[in-house]
Design a binder for this molecule. Structure first.
Ligand SMILES: Nc1nc2c(ncn2[C@@H]2O[C@H](COP(=O)(O)OP(=O)(O)OP(=O)(O)O)[C@@H](O)[C@H]2O)c(=O)[nH]1
Ligand SMILES: [Mg+2]
Length: 177
């Protein structure tokens, strides 16, 4: 999940080692539906449409919100939400809204900074601290720094996903774990 153009589809492709699986685009707002990818008949990785694209109408923004709310409120919560933030930009009010929507639902969340190849090491440390503060992350839950271009951070991301899949599920009314 994350802003339009933040690199969600690129991260998904890199995580699965399948370039070209999810559509990547220079034009923001490319992904307009929820895409489900079944991985090894074991887990669904879900690519949600991005938010915050200035040129979409208010109507489209509302339909985005409805789509994401419907997804989050389905029976059977996601094991892990991966919230992507561009390392070059501070989280926006919509990012804070997403973090809060995940928090109130008790969905475990990992914040991932994308496009680390675009900044220096010191800028990356500053971005980590700022993002953690703006999104109110716990001290030990600092954002993971990644680059889908170089693959940096993806071994750690894969470990976090594996750990989330191995953790006992939080079954909700009528849903499996
Ligand atoms: N330099 C660099 N560019 C990246 C990286 N990840 C993604 N991009 C570029 O960022 C742009 C958007 O990438 P997408 O993966 O389509 O982003 P998205 O979040 O899926 O976008 P929407 O589906 O439109 O919301 C593309 O031009 C990508 O090539 C990265 O790690 N480094
Ligand atoms: Mg996309």
């Amino acid at each position: 999940m994350g802003r339009s153009n933040v690199g969600k589809s690129s991260a998904l492709n890199r995580l699965l080692g399948r370039p070209g699986l999810a559509r990547v685009s220079k034009a923001p707002g490319r992904t307009r539906a929820i895409h489900f990818y079944l991985v090894d008949e074991r887990a669904w990785i879900v690519d949600l449409p991005g938010y915050g694209y200035a040129r979409v109408s208010r109507e489209m923004r509302r339909s985005w919100q409805a789509l994401v709310d419907a997804y989050l409120d389905r029976p059977g919560q996601p094991r892990l939400a991966i919230h992507l933030v561009d390392i070059r930009h501070d989280p926006t009010p919509l990012d804070r809204q997403l973090a809060e929507a995940l928090r109130v639902r008790g969905i475990p969340t990992l914040v991932v900074l994308t496009k680390a190849d675009k900044v220096s090491g010191s800028a990356s440390s500053r971005a980590r601290a700022r993002t953690a503060r703006i999104l109110g992350l716990e001290a030990d839950a600092g954002p993971l720094v990644t680059s889908a271009r170089t693959g940096a951070g993806f071994a750690a991301l894969a470990r976090a996903v594996d750990a989330a899949l191995a953790a006992p599920g939080q079954a909700r009314s009528g849903a499996g774990s």
